[in-house]
Design a binder for this molecule. Structure first.
Ligand code: ZN
Ligand code: MN
Length: 137
């Protein structure tokens, strides 16, 4: 079992209790929280944490490839500890962001490269709709 301390050290990041708490929270959720949501979730158990610290930490996590930042058009950034390429679907009613699996993502990337002559470095594939919970309300 690799510990969060080891994960942070491997990325050359200084290990602090707050960084550990933020990475633990992000790697333990599939909810794609925003910085504010991470801050609110951690405040009760980490009373000295500040929103600025959360932002700074997320920035260093992003730079070192520990998290990916999602822009799904909700006016804020959402964070994902799963840094492998995968698509998302966003509920236009409740705002929740879900993962799903798709076949042919690399073939799609090849088509984009072929048609545009770009060296494709990444993509964010986001679908929108009404989630099952909202649909059944
Ligand atoms: Zn919903
Ligand atoms: Mn995700």
């Amino acid at each position: 079992m690799i510990t969060i301390t080891e994960v942070l050290r491997e990325k050359g990041l200084k290990v602090t209790p707050q960084r550990i708490a933020i990475y633990a929270m992000l790697s333990g959720t599939k909810s794609h929280p925003s910085a504010e949501e991470i801050y609110k979730a951690l405040m009760p158990t980490n009373p000295t944490i500040s929103l600025a610290t959360v932002y700074k930490t997320l920035d260093s996590f992003k730079t070192t490839g520990l998290v990916q930042e999602l822009s799904v058009g909700n006016g804020r950034s959402n964070y994902d500890a799963n840094v492998l390429p995968h698509p998302h679907i966003v509920c236009t009613n409740c705002g929740k962001i879900f993962d799903f699996e798709i076949q042919g993502l690399s073939s799609l990337r090849n088509q984009v490269a072929d048609q545009t002559d770009f060296i494709v470095e990444g993509e964010q594939l986001t679908f929108y709709g009404i989630c099952p919970a909202c649909r059944h309300n």
